[in-house]
Design a protein around this ligand. Structure first.
Ligand code: SF4
Length: 337
């Protein structure tokens, strides 16, 4: 049960950059939405305005349709897990998320709670092809959004699956908290990893507008049944009363519904956020005990005190080790001296 029910109203207004008004994806999105349309020169004219109220925009976000320009592919950030891949990148076709997790770093990273969709995925594909001429690429495409949750609007995941299926040196991670049933929707290929973030009930209550833990687990089992690689992300771990018991119950449910032996790997990490983003996040979530917790600033990254972080990681890792080998667990640990 959610402790506080937040109500959402999506996309009453859609802003469209003049330059992409005739892009096929723009036309497709506009066909699906009966919203008030406003044409603009550049997405930043709306998205980067000063003094926006992120908390209220999260409840009633406008959509901004734009073109992504300049550098489209970025090297992985230090707070992100690379899963042992040497060439680790990420890209963002969507900025901001239809979900509203209290602890989401995006509330501190972006000046707005509105959602931007960049329609020119073909330009991203072209840049990846250029990098692939040099070396293999591992890329996360659903960090600053939830790509799968927006699939009915954008069709991006379908395009990523097709693109990856024709490039053996490319591996694409699609991280999600959605419960979208992928069966029969996408080209099945070995180099797509659907990474489902799983949360126990107490944490789920702070992940507003998300599907329940069990429906995410079921969605992961459907993706597995379809033939995709599945990653489970117990990340971020956030401490609460009954932490151990709830992670035991969650892991048991994974074993029952999916079977850990079928999982490609697991990501495990405690909550951490760049100090630059923490200020905005705390402002957007003044009543969230999760984000108002006195985290420690270690080298510009806020995270739990060392003893607590070690307890959380060890507790969940020990639970997982009952089901799965250590070699399949990727830990994110902060750089304590
Ligand atoms: S699902 Fe991820 S990106 Fe979306 S609000 Fe939650 S933490 Fe943020």
């Amino acid at each position: 049960m959610k402790a506080l029910k937040r109500k959402y109203d999506f996309f009453s207004h859609i802003y469209v950059e003049e330059g992409v008004k005739n892009h096929p994806l723009t036309k497709n999105i506009l066909k699906k939405k009966d919203s008030h349309l406003i044409y603009i020169d550049h997405y930043k004219d709306v998205f980067c305005r000063k003094g926006q109220n992120i908390a209220s925009q999260k409840l009633s976000p406008s959509l901004i349709i734009a073109k992504k320009e300049g550098k489209l592919i970025y090297e992985g950030a230090p707070v992100c897990q690379s899963f042992g891949n040497e060439y680790f990148y990420y890209t963002s076709l969507i900025m901001n998320c239809v979900y509203d997790c209290e602890y989401c770093y995006l509330k501190g990273m972006y000046p707005s709670g509105n959602i931007v969709i960049f329609v020119n995925i073909e330009d991203i594909f072209a840049q990846i092809d250029n990098i692939l001429k040099l070396h293999p690429v591992y890329i996360s495409v659903s960090y600053d959004c939830d790509l799968l949750a927006c699939e009915s609007l954008t069709g991006f995941v379908e395009k990523w699956c097709l693109f990856a299926s024709e490039r053996k040196d490319l591996t694409v991670e699609i991280r999600t908290k959605s419960a979208v049933d992928v069966r029969g929707k996408f080209k099945v290929t070995d180099n797509i990893i659907f990474a489902f973030t799983l949360s126990p009930n107490t944490l789920y209550a702070r992940e507003h507008n998300t599907p329940s833990p069990l429906s995410r687990i079921k969605a992961a089992s459907f993706a597995l049944e379809e033939g995709f690689n599945i990653r489970l992300c117990f990340d971020p771990l956030i401490y609460f009363e009954g932490f151990k018991e709830e992670y035991e119950a969650l892991s048991y449910s994974v074993e029952e519904n999916i079977g850990f032996k079928n999982i490609k790997d697991i990501s495990l990490g405690t909550f951490r956020i760049s100090a630059d983003y923490m200020k905005g996040l705390r402002k957007a979530e003044p009543y969230s005990a999760t984000v108002q917790y006195p985290f420690e600033n270690k080298g510009g990254v806020y995270s739990y005190p060392k003893a607590k972080e070690e307890y959380m990681l060890k507790t969940v890792k020990d639970i997982l080790l009952k089901y799965i080998g250590e070699d399949k667990i990727y830990l994110w640990e902060s750089g304590y001296e």
